[in-house]
Design a protein around this ligand. Structure first.
Ligand SMILES: [Zn+2]
Length: 248
């Protein structure tokens, strides 16, 4: 799988350079495939030991299935509920192949219904080693209840869950869902949305935006969560725990 992943990257880079050189054919520059990807390539920062291991174990970078999927991992930055980057240089969205296909289908559905919208992935496969880091940052604090204990693992640790929102490429920003991703409070709970609309704490557009996301994801076979509008499981929890293993 490492070889196949490297081959895909090499081929994609080769094509880019060949087309560039074709545009300036009179110069007759040699076609060279660089060993290092340029900074403009979103995959440039993905070549970490973690990614190499995931590819070897058969997991799929979702952008290889659909480059229209946008990826900006919430926990690879400090702008999250922990105020810490627990991913280091890793900023790619990997899933089990079956889940990756479902996400590509959701992306296709969104683009067919709303051509100006894209799915933005804020988290996907999260190895238990990362879950350990998150747990240690919140254990014995009020935030502990919002992070799954790595002993049992979360669906992210199985490579079978995603945190997603919608990005408006015309406006150049994500849709307003009423709360940020990883807002751990009642306003984030889909089960309470109607009540918050009546009380004015959520607007009609918040509910519409969430429904657009939820409808596309569920139509592609994902399962929504009652307490987080951004979280979706690829399969029922029992199925995941009986079928798959945690990625360490
Ligand atoms: Zn999640």
């Amino acid at each position: 799988m490492i070889f196949r992943g490297a081959l895909i990257l090499a081929v994609s880079m080769g094509i880019a350079l060949i087309s560039f050189h074709t545009a300036s054919a009179q110069v007759k520059l040699p076609v060279v495939i660089p060993a290092v990807l340029p900074e403009t390539q979103p995959e440039a920062k993905c070549l970490t030991p973690l990614e190499a291991r995931l590819i070897q174990e058969g997991f799929v970078n979702v952008r290889t299935l659909d480059p229209a999927l946008m990826v900006d991992l919430k926990y690879a930055k400090t702008d999250n509920f922990m105020g810490a980057n627990v991913y280091g240089d890793f900023n790619c969205a990997y899933l089990r192949p079956e889940a990756a296909l479902k996400l590509a289908e959701a992306s296709r559905i969104i683009r067919s219904r709303y051509p100006h919208l894209r799915i933005l992935v804020a988290d996907a496969l999260r190895p238990r080693s990362i879950q350990d880091k998150m747990w240690k940052l919140v254990v014995n604090t009020p935030r502990q209840r919002y992070v799954a204990n790595p002993a049992s693992g979360s669906m992210h640790n199985f490579g079978a869950a995603v945190d997603v929102t919608l990005y408006d490429i015309t406006a150049g920003k994500p849709l307003d869902m009423g709360t940020p991703i990883d807002h751990f409070g009642p306003l984030a709970q889909p089960a309470l949305e109607t009540g918050y609309l009546l009380s004015g704490l959520l607007s009609e557009s918040h509910l519409i935006n969430r429904a657009i996301l939820r409808n596309a994801m569920c139509d592609a076979g994902w399962h929504s969560l009652r307490i987080e509008w951004w979280h979706f499981d690829a399969f029922p929890t029992e199925h995941v725990r009986q079928t798959y293993t945690i990625i360490e």
